[in-house]
Design a binder for this molecule. Structure first.
Ligand SMILES: [Zn+2]
Length: 262
């Protein structure tokens, strides 16, 4: 690869809607300059899902929307009205996945049975519109896999977002035909690097940055942005001892198939 030639990669999971309007313009501009081919931007509640729809309309064939209610956004007020709103957005052509949905067992999150109920209902929405799911799992062990299998019955593609699983969890995902979405955590987690090196086939890998505003980082320039996806692809190529162009080709093919992109 020439030094100034960028890879053309698909960032499968971001939260562009959470940046300020002027920042969104700049983030997308930098993404385009640095070669990012497409960005999927996931909602965390109904209004953020609507905002991602608007962004997908504003940046056609570049930004694609995920819609859904994030487990950390679920509370006792999460109701049918919001799920109906997600269902309505899910059918739009700009929506390429139901995301970000899943389970989060941090102590501050909603009670587990409520989370499971809302997760199940959103999996049913994905099946109704025949679109893939990009799911979140924090501290919930294999619960998301069990619910996904029960509710979707293999009918739709499933992507494990921000993957940092153990070897057993990795095998559960792979044996169920899930895709594994790798982020910059790969650069600093030796256990994950070992899994990528020998256990996770490129045919099951997609890439993401999970970009969102990070004011807790001192410098604006150190906030994660979609253009950094190139670092993840390069690391995978190093670990597997293959050309980074192969990582570009296969992960793009995977993402295009999952999300129905041209
Ligand atoms: Zn996310």
């Amino acid at each position: 690869m020439l030094k100034d030639e960028h890879l053309r990669l698909i960032d499968c999971h971001t939260h562009l809607d959470q940046y300020s309007d002027s920042d969104i313009k700049d983030v997308i501009k930098r993404s385009k300059i640095k070669g990012v081919q497409s960005i999927v931007s996931a909602g965390v509640n109904l209004s953020s899902s609507q905002k991602n729809q608007s962004l997908a309309l504003e940046y056609p064939n570049y930004v694609w929307a995920g819609v859904g209610i994030h487990p950390m956004e679920i509370d006792s007020k999460t109701d049918k009205h919001q799920l109906d709103g997600v269902r309505k957005l899910a059918g739009n052509k700009e929506t390429v996945c139901i995301s970000e949905i899943g389970l989060d067992y941090e102590s501050s999150s909603a009670n587990k049975s409520l989370q499971k109920e809302i997760f199940s209902q959103q999996i049913q929405i994905a099946c109704e519109v025949n679109k893939p799911i990009v799911f979140h799992n924090r501290g919930a062990s294999t619960d998301p896999i069990e619910i996904l299998n029960r509710e979707s019955n293999g009918k739709i593609d499933i992507v494990a977002h921000y993957f940092q699983g153990t070897i057993n969890y990795t095998y559960m995902c792979l044996n169920n035909g899930f895709y594994i979405s790798l982020a910059k955590t790969l650069l600093r987690m030796p256990e994950l690097q070992d899994l990528v090196k020998t256990e996770i086939p490129l045919e099951n890998i997609v890439l993401e940055t999970d970009s969102y505003p990070q004011p807790f980082k001192k410098k604006r320039s150190s906030w994660t942005e979609p253009w950094e996806i190139e670092k993840v692809a390069t690391k995978i190529a190093d670990l597997k001892g293959i050309d980074v162009k192969e990582v570009e080709h296969i992960t793009n093919r995977n993402a295009s198939k999952i999300f129905g992109l041209d």
